[in-house]
Ligand binder design. Structure first.
Ligand SMILES: Nc1ncnc2c1ncn2[C@@H]1O[C@H](COP(=O)(O)OP(=O)(O)O)[C@@H](O)[C@H]1O
Ligand SMILES: [Mg+2]
Length: 385
């Protein structure tokens, strides 16, 4: 194995300049790497820190080529990228990880589900639905979940239809229909896989939703599940990433249904919101771990050092424009609180502006502190809507 490097160790290209990219830039600098970021906007959260930016769209073959040719390894922090130019560049010998063929498969929720089925990975029953129509929905049976094959994220592109009366709300786009799972919990597991197939798995995270608004409220680690289920979730997460033959870090989302059965919902071929807690709570965080995997360096320890709660810091409804961070001192005064702000120039209602990790040896106490943080810390904006 090569064990002496010029400095900077490598130049890494990141497609996407959002918060995941920004946190990856920090990890890259820690490892002595330089970074170039491709994003449609100058001064993106990741671009600000990288210092080297290429401004261009994620499907612009010219800008993508410029990035990939100027870097030794290219990766991405988003999924909505034109994969054809990437595949062409890989064929010409450039290193882009995870493999753009895999990204193309994951971009299509139908193909992703079909791959799960072929590999024997349990997931909600589904059928393809190229041309949505009332009769086909009725035949599949309600309640159901309709998912757009492409382009959805953060719940956009997903319609939960309880009964035929909801058909009016269906998505008019090529889709799949899925059984609506009666979920006890939603769980997530980060898995890293190296080029030689070695895998490591992080602890199981539990996502807690606010029942009133149905938005993600807190992420808890370790998840409050029994040891057998915990083992099963981690094994299934690794089986899933192996079935995809992925290299790099992957976020595997699960449903735990009311019968105690685990079903894989979907996989993200990148760092994931549910892995942010690893920055403070694990020996090696998800960003460094991803870089180690794609650079061919030894994987780091995924050991959990402390229970943790993670909160997303969303733009307060009713505000836009230049952000105002309210309650910063009060939140920081709570022991165990770490605040990450993403450097976004403008806030919007529910925009991800930052996140907060709370460590405490006692998970219930961490949750109580998290509730305190939620009460005091708010991102408002200079303009009122
Ligand atoms: N089959 C299902 N049964 C019940 N709830 C579902 C189902 N599929 C999705 N959901 C709900 O919708 C959310 C978003 O769906 P997901 O497929 O993860 O799309 P996205 O790509 O937007 O994250 C899930 O986190 C879950 O709360
Ligand atoms: Mg999801």
């Amino acid at each position: 194995m090569q064990d002496s490097f010029p400095y900077p160790v490598k130049r890494i290209g990141i497609i996407g300049g959002g918060q995941l990219g920004r946190l990856m830039v920090m990890a890259a600098h820690k490892l002595g790497c330089a970074v170039t970021v491709l994003d449609p906007h100058r001064n993106s959260p990741a671009g600000q820190l990288a210092g080297h930016e290429i401004v261009g769209n994620f499907d612009d073959p010219v800008r993508i080529r410029e990035l990939v040719e100027s870097c030794e390894v290219t990766t991405y922090d988003i999924e909505s990228i034109g994969t054809e130019p990437l595949i062409e560049l890989v064929e010409q010998g450039h290193v882009i990880l995870p493999d753009p063929h895999l990204l193309a498969l994951i971009q299509d929720k139908l193909q992703q589900k079909q791959r799960f089925a072929e590999a024997g990975i349990p997931s909600a029953d589904f059928i393809p639905m190229e041309q949505p129509g009332a009769e086909a929905f009725r035949q599949f049976g309600y309640p159901l979940v309709q998912k757009a094959r492409r382009g959805g994220y953060d719940g956009r592109g997903v319609a939960v239809l309880e009964s035929e009366a909801d058909f009016d709300r269906h998505l008019k786009t090529p889709s799949l229909l899925e059984r609506r799972i009666d979920t006890d919990k939603e769980l997530a597991v980060m898995v890293v896989r190296a080029t030689d197939g070695e895998m490591r798995c992080y602890p199981v995270v539990e996502m807690v939703f606010d029942p009133a608004q149905n938005i993600l409220d807190q992420l808890l680690v370790p998840a409050r599940i029994d040891a057998a289920l915990d083992r099963q979730a981690r094994q299934l997460a690794m089986d899933t990433v192996k079935a995809l033959d992925g290299v790099g870090i992957f976020g595997v989302e699960f449903f735990l249904d009311r019968n105690g059965q685990l079903l894989v919902n979907e996989v993200a071929p990148r760092t994931h919101n549910s892995g942010h807690y690893t920055i403070e709570a694990c020996v090696t965080d998800q960003f460094e771990q991803h870089l180690r995997a794609i650079l061919g360096l030894p994987l780091g320890s995924t050991e959990l050092l402390s229970p943790a709660v993670m909160l997303n810091l969303l733009g307060e409804p009713g505000f836009s424009g230049r952000p105002r961070v309210c309650g910063l001192s009060q939140a920081l005064a709570i022991p165990g609180v770490s605040i990450h702000l993403y450097g976004k120039a403008e806030t919007r209602p529910y925009r991800k502006m930052g996140h907060v990790t709370i460590l405490d040896a006692d998970l219930d106490r961490a949750r109580e502190k998290a509730r305190q943080v939620s009460r005091v810390l708010r991102i408002e904006g200079e303009e009122q809507l």
